[in-house]
Each structure stands twice: as C-alpha cells, then as structure tokens.
Ligand binder design. Sequence first.
Ligand code: DGL
Length: 272
Amino acid sequence: MDRNAPVGIFDSGVGGLTVAREIIRQIPEERIVYFGDTARLPYGSKSKDTVIRYSRQIIRFLRTMDVKAIVVACNTASAYALDVIQAESDIPVIGVINAGARTAIHATRNGRIGIIGTEGTVNSGIYTEVMRQLKPDIEVFGKSCPLFVPLVEEGLLHDSVTDEIASRYLSVLKGKYIDTLVLGCTHYPLLRSTIRRLMGEAVTLVNPAYETALELRELLKSRDMNRQEQMPFEGEKYQFFVSDLAEKFTDFATAILPGEVKETKQISVEDY
Ligand code: DGL
C-alpha cells in the first residue's frame, strides 16, 4: 500500500468534518479525501439495509481515489455498516463508536453515561453494548435528537430555536444524574456550546472525533502506512466531494476546518 495515498473519510453530510478537523490537527501530514452524502442525508432515520447500501457505494467511490484507509466519520453508518464493510475491505476501516465508548468509560466517575445520537445509533444500542464489554456495570442512558442534524445542516448553531429544542431533548437526561455525555453523532460537536450550557460544567462532554484521530494515527504507524510530510503529490492535499449542494458544503467546510476549502466536487454516488 502506498503510504503517500490519502485517507478516505465519509459522513452523511458536514458532520464528519468534525472528525476531519481532528485528523488534520493530530496528523497534519496525512492527505484526505472527504465525501459527504448531502443528497441522501439524514442517515439517522434510514433503515440498516439502506445505510449499508449507501456505505458500500461510498466505499466504492473512495476506492477509485486510491485511499489507503477509510474512516467512517458517521455514528449511524458505524453502528449499522462498519462490521459489513470491514469484512469486505482489504484496507483498514475504522468507525467512531469504539473510540467514543472508550473515552466515555475513562471519563466517568459515577458510572452513569448519557449518549445522544440519531435514532439509528441510539436504537441500535451499540454504545451500550461496547461500553458494557469494557465495563459491565456501567449505566447507559440514550436519547435520540433527530432535529439536531437538520439544525446543524442549516447552520443554526447558535440560535434560539436550537436552544429550545436542545433543552427539550436534554431535559430527559438531566434527571439521570449522568456525569459524562457522549456526542454520539458527528454533527453534534458543532452544537457543543449549547449542549455544554444546558448540561452544566459538571458533565464531561465526549467528542469521539479526538480519540478516532489518535486511533487512525496509531493504526497507520503500526502498519507502516503513515505519510511523511515531504512526500510529493499532485493536486490538493485535502479533497472534498458531495452528492449535492457543493457550494454550500464548501462554505461550511471553510468555517469548520483550519484554512480555506477552495472547491468541493459533486459526484453521482448512485453510480458506484
Ligand atoms: N452525522 C451522522 C452521525 O454521526 C448522521 C447524521 C444523519 O445523517 O442523520 O450519525
């Protein structure tokens, strides 16, 4: 495998950029090809079969870009499709759930952890399953927050409407005496300040993106697949693709990532 090849990252939309941002911070020498499935978002309310089909198409597209490893930067796709696509892939594929679960287990002091995510992620029970494997006596309280993704995609990151909706969703968790809350959807770190204010300083917020970036760094190193900064390459270091609304994505990505995103290309992902 060419260690100079890019890492493929995908999500249903802009949410995975919170993972790309951490990867850029932790392993700035790596090249990235990002795909956001903006035409078919949200994934959170789709069936498992549909999310698996979408994920397979995206993997086939990313493979045409000669990626050396893939990060499923979407909790819903990680919950529903990671096992399947890992089994089918001859390059490493990692998701975000193991990283998030591990971080939460280390962070909690009272053993009571909240998890917020899409309906798909929360109803799959995957976070509870992974956390209980790591620590059997842990108490996990899940709450799906289906309106968070459209609010983020609309750019309503600091808005009274977002405050009101977040307050309703999170009130359920406030009575559970959790001391740790996993932001189990890659869109949610963009609402961090609202969630922080409503949950209070005593609750540790876990963003699985950070730990995922570290996991990727270790994985690439351990397999001698890590890129060296001085290796020459053609084109842009970070490339962005979506299935719809490329310009809107470019503006969003520029707001989230360090440095300007010059271009996003639209592809027809159904063709893969
Ligand atoms: N950002 C994705 C996640 O982490 C899903 C958002 C959606 O498409 O529903 O679950």
